[in-house]
Design a protein around this ligand. Structure first.
Ligand code: GAP
Length: 473
């Protein structure tokens, strides 16, 4: 049983399976779609809900040092001035005058071999706000041509802010400019004082949030890896200045362990510390958890050490005191912050890629199976009457399981039993329960396991206890 085959076409297979089984559809498909937007279907929404619930349980519920918030997506625009997003959350874009394709100047030169002495790197361009003319001169000098048409005829790079801007107010053109939040983090920072005083938490403690974020990405793609609308699961963990390094180490490992605990192959995961010239303006150290996607290694989540940058900025811009008073030591300080930030849809993509398997059942017969962790599986158990005539008895089993377990149970009568098993293998359903003619006589059913395809006979009145054990996490 091979865990996974990394093939060039794996992503195509995942996209196709997602559509076929109802995990993910192209967004607004009946209108020809909207580029790089995706809608989650019946199985997809269960997967997302399960992974968010698993995260919340591990990162919030099971801990005494964590509380949650659900802040508004639309925030006072001053928030984004204070956070630095209005000033610097942008990419340098340039157009090819010949073929009109639009490219990121920093990405164009990324493959360029910079000598170690050189001050000029794409990361430095962003950090040092290099003038557009200097970027253009560099690109022309190095003869970096258009990847689409091969010509060297670029416009001057222009800073393109990644925040979606909209207007608040009823009169068109007279509203106040506001932004769709590009990260959930700021909704936590602006509530730091409210949460700390009402929850009476002492530093170190964390505030968690799951919610939508929006970025007008220039190069979205790779299915749900990079989209313009996505969800984040973020924590801002407030600690005493000077203890940030140890907390940073802790959270790096905690995030890695979470993915591994949900069966992501350890060899497909790695931690990568950012080079100093890669760090965001607020960070004194960031590590990415990276995954080996079908298209290569890429970011899965980030664990940033954000110093006291955000609270300090919000203090300055709001004129509110956001310092923490340490009663035990009678001292006041602005806490430092460690931020584990995970993408919901990007995590779902990783769980799908890692769980995907093709297994030869017998010669010439291969099954596709999603070996999802029980906690993530969209449907936990499928109840299958062997024949439509057995539906009444099987429905009683279905009702019993739903009522007693409170889990997502499916009832499936369509097609041959073999086809139904295969359908549920592709859906990642860990167990199928088959109600057959013997069940009418002896009150037993067959349980089939997804991964091993092993079957065992069990009394109906033992099912609830059995599944409670399987779905204990
Ligand atoms: N508050 C910190 C922050 O937003 P980030 O590295 O820009 O940091 C954190 O984003 C995580 O959010 C990423 O590791 C990724 O999982 C997810 N993410 C970011 N941009 C995304 C996009 N355009 N599409 C899907 N997920 C994205």
């Amino acid at each position: 049983m091979s865990k996974k085959k990394k093939e060039v076409t794996l992503m195509d297979k995942i996209v196709s399976l997602s559509k076929r089984r109802g995990f993910v559809y192209p967004g607004s498909e009946i209108y020809g779609g909207l580029a790089n937007s995706w809608d989650f279907g019946p199985l997809g929404v269960e997967l997302l809900n399960n992974l968010k619930a698993a995260w919340w349980k591990k990162f919030v519920t099971e801990r005494t040092d964590m509380v949650g918030v659900d802040a508004a997506i639309l925030m006072n625009p001053e928030t984004w001035v204070a956070s630095g997003h209005v000033g610097s959350f942008s990419d340098p874009l340039m157009d090819c005058k010949k073929c009109k394709s639009r490219e990121r100047a920093d990405k164009l030169v990324e493959g360029w071999q910079f000598d170690n002495e050189s001050e000029e790197t794409p990361a430095n361009w962003a950090a040092e706000k290099t003038p557009p003319q200097d970027m253009l001169d560099f690109i022309n000098e190095k003869n970096i041509t258009c990847p689409q048409c091969g010509k060297l005829d670029w416009t001057l790079p222009k800073a393109f802010n990644l925040m979606f801007k909209t207007q608040q107010g009823v009169v068109e053109g007279e509203g106040k400019d506001i932004y769709l939040r590009p990260e959930t983090a700021q909704g936590i920072f602006v509530n730091f004082k409210n949460v700390q005083t009402t929850s009476r938490k002492k530093v170190p403690f964390g505030i968690a949030q799951i919610g939508k974020a929006f970025r007008n990405e220039i190069t979205p793609g790779n299915f749900v890896f990079r989209t313009r609308e996505f969800e984040q699961m973020e924590i801002e963990y407030f600690c005493k200045p000077g203890t940030d390094k140890e907390h940073h180490e802790y959270w790096k490992n905690f995030v890695m362990d979470w993915y591994k605990g949900l069966n992501v192959t350890p060899e497909n995961l790695r931690l990568r510390d950012h080079d100093p010239d890669e760090l965001s303006h607020y960070s004194n150290g960031t590590a990415d958890v990276e995954y080996l996607y079908p298209f290569g290694w890429g970011e899965l989540s980030g664990i940033a050490s954000r110093t006291d940058f955000d609270l300090k900025q919000h203090m300055e811009h709001s004129s509110k005191d956001l310092q923490y008073f340490d009663e035990a030591n009678k001292e006041k300080y602005i806490p430092f912050v460690i931020e584990p930030s995970l993408g919901v849809q990007r995590s779902a993509l990783v769980f799908l890629c890692d769980a995907y398997d093709e297994e030869e059942v017998k010669e010439g017969d291969t099954r596709v199976v999603l070996r999802l962790h029980n906690q993530l599986a969209p449907i936990k158990v499928a109840v299958l009457p062997l024949s439509k005539k057995l539906s009444e008895g099987a429905e009683k089993v279905f009702t019993l399981l739903v009522r007693e377990l409170g889990l997502k149970i499916d009832f499936d009568v369509q097609g041959s039993i073999g086809k139904r098993y295969r359908r549920h293998d592709e859906a990642g359903t860990p167990y199928c329960v088959t109600f057959d003619f013997d069940s009418l006589e002896d009150d037993t059913v067959t349980i089939r396991e997804r991964d091993t395809m092993d079957q065992q006979r069990m009394k109906i009145d033992e099912l609830v206890a059995y599944f409670r054990e399987q779905f204990k996490y």
